[in-house]
Design a protein around this ligand. Structure first.
Ligand code: FE2
Ligand code: FE2
Length: 472
């Protein structure tokens, strides 16, 4: 790997210095990005030194550097995973052809749309999380929030690089539009539903990282299989950073569950609210909400778009090259969830149009492993309770279940039962108000809010009382 200059304006391993046209396009976009970061990035703390990791290469042994940096000075670089010699298109109609180094003309519009849709989620999540800095349960958590935020910013850079480098004028227009849409805005919303929901409190933030960033992981993993090689390499490196976001979510909820269990044991009660904790039923309701909106992000169970992306060789399955089948799927079937009269059932459907459902299955299995770890914490405290994922038909706005009402355990219910069940299934106004009341900032090193346990260890091996953010 060529030496990378950390002091470059745009650190990169794509030979930016030798590509004047691209360099000009990105240098023209950079101040607009910074303006967006200023207006829509984290509220407050922009002048503070934050202990952040920065991607500086794609070397698996040392791809990141930790150090204090003011967020607006963060080096949002462009990094693609190393090319694989002789890489092929590994699925679809072009199976076995050399992977594309340029955009195939016939797929230009489709590919651009895929990249824009992925790119749009990156700034959206930063916008959704911009007020959380005011209520952080610790300096450690505040640092983790900002780490996620700057890396989502870098993921936006990654997609803008593809648009500017490979899509000419349309690409530059899309790059601008990515900075103009706003999460939750009625007139110019972000493209996908879950990215227009507010992230009002830290439990929502952790669950967003757990569920919604995990949708991101599976979308990126499918795009990492793409026959369009620059997209594949970009996504492969983004997944390296994404793993930390998922960990922030999972470990955050695990620490909440741990604190809740400690309070339950200490006070011999399920009602930990009186002791400043978040009771398990409330955690379950938040899980139901965030999981269901993330299910929608995978799209309809039966989708000709998904089939086309696959046949075109643009978006594969999770771990496509590890699968042992014909990688064309024309004659295969796949079990898909849907309705039969008043029952949720699973039936065999053509594999090609079922690719969204298959990816959702990969996601569910991954989520369940996280829930198992949370449930282990509950068990270790000798408590009889279990957190569960809602049925995939619960609270859906897209796909086979969009027109009906299902309970979290998968029963079709009437509108009256649905209305009555809401108090037990989804966060109520009171639940949200209670959680909001707990959101008091804690800014002293090694101190944590009442509702969350301390982590087992510090970031990058730092001591527990490390000053993750210099508050002056
Ligand atoms: Fe991201
Ligand atoms: Fe992420």
């Amino acid at each position: 790997m060529a030496g990378l200059d950390y002091n470059e304006r745009i650190p990169n391993n794509v030979g930016l210095a030798e590509n004047r046209r691209l360099q000009r396009a990105l240098e023209d976009w950079q101040p607009k990005f910074l303006e967006w970061w200023h207006d829509m990035g984290p509220a407050g703390f922009q002048a503070r030194d934050v202990y952040l990791r920065t991607a500086v290469s794609v070397d698996a042994q040392g791809w990141a550097r930790f150090g204090y940096v003011k967020m607006p000075d963060y080096r949002w670089g462009i990094f693609l995973a190393e090319p694989e010699a002789g890489r092929l298109v590994n699925f679809g109609a072009h199976l076995g052809q050399p992977a594309w180094q340029e955009v195939p003309g016939e797929y230009r519009g489709t590919l651009r749309r895929l990249i824009v849709t992925q790119g749009d989620t990156e700034p959206a999540s930063v916008e959704q999380q911009r007020h959380l800095g005011r209520t952080s349960p610790s300096l450690y958590d505040l640092r983790n929030l900002f780490q996620v935020n700057v890396e989502e910013g870098r993921h936006l850079w990654a997609m803008v690089y593809l648009l500017d480098a490979y899509f000419g004028r349309d690409g530059r227009e899309e790059s601008e539009a990515l900075l103009q849409r706003r999460s939750g805005d009625a007139d110019k919303p972000r493209i996908l539903g879950a990215f227009n929901e507010p992230t009002p409190d830290w439990m929502s933030f952790f669950l967003f990282c757990f569920f919604t960033d995990r949708d991101g992981k599976y979308q990126l993993a499918s795009l990492a299989e793409s026959g369009f090689d620059p997209l594949s390499r970009t996504c492969r490196f983004m997944l390296t950073e994404e793993a930390h976001h998922l960990w922030v979510g999972e470990s955050g909820i695990q620490r909440i569950v741990q604190r809740t269990c400690e309070l339950m044991r200490e006070h011999r009660t399920d009602d930990v609210r009186r002791h400043g904790g978040i009771d398990l039923p409330t955690i379950q309701k938040y899980i139901n909400f965030h999981c269901s909106v993330s299910f929608d992000l995978f799209g309809s169970e039966v989708s000709t778009n998904a089939a086309n992306f696959y046949t075109m060789g643009l978006k594969g399955r999770f771990e496509e090259t590890k699968k042992r089948d014909d990688h064309r799927l024309k004659d295969d079937s796949y079990p898909v969830s849907g309705l039969d009269g008043d029952r949720a059932i699973v039936s065999e459907q053509p594999a090609l149009t079922s690719l969204n459902e298959r990816l959702r299955d990969d996601f569910v299995a991954d989520c369940q492993r996280g829930l198992d770890r949370w449930n282990r914490v509950i068990r270790e405290h000798g408590i009889e309770a279990k957190l569960t994922l809602p049925h995939r038909g619960f609270h859906r706005a897209i796909g086979n279940f969009a027109e009906v009402r299902l309970s979290p355990d998968g029963r079709l219910v009437t509108q009256a039962e649905w209305d009555a069940g809401q108090r037990e299934w989804m966060p109520t106004e009171e639940d949200r108000a209670y959680v909001a009341s707990l959101m008091q900032p804690v800014a002293e090193p090694a101190k944590f809010a009442s509702w969350i346990a301390a982590p087992a260890r510090g970031i990058n091996g730092q001591a527990m009382d490390f000053q993750y953010i210099k508050l002056g």
